[in-house]
Design a protein around this ligand. Sequence first.
Ligand code: ZN
Length: 146
Amino acid sequence: MKLQVPSAVIGQTFDHLRSCGGGRRECQSLWVGPWAHPSDVSEVRHPKHTASAVGFQVDHDWLTAFWLNLADTGCGVRVQVHTHPGAAYHSTTDDAFPLIHTPGFLSLVIPRFAMGPADFTDAFLARIEPDGRFHEVRIADVLEIV
Ligand SMILES: [Zn+2]
């Protein structure tokens, strides 16, 4: 079953990535969903972070509070989404520092600071496989906009 991503979540994600990144800095958004419905994404969260044109750093205290909130609400991060200045791919850093190390976890990279079309055009998707490493997967095989 593909992961169901509401079009409203896509729209909010691009709004965050564009307004925070300003076309000059990377940005991250996190797609969250209830574990009771593992194929659903229910909302997008925008971490507190610093960023430059070539990377970003999520605030440690924000992340701690976020984990506690997820545990309280029975939700989990299903996809980490971030922007790149140019082409979308997984850098060595992206491969080395997943937010979550569990097989099945997804990482979506949006090109050109998300200033292009608000969809998956030229985007890159990787998934942690049972070997514990990210491997590229076809977006159309894994994500469905609903
Ligand atoms: Zn941001």
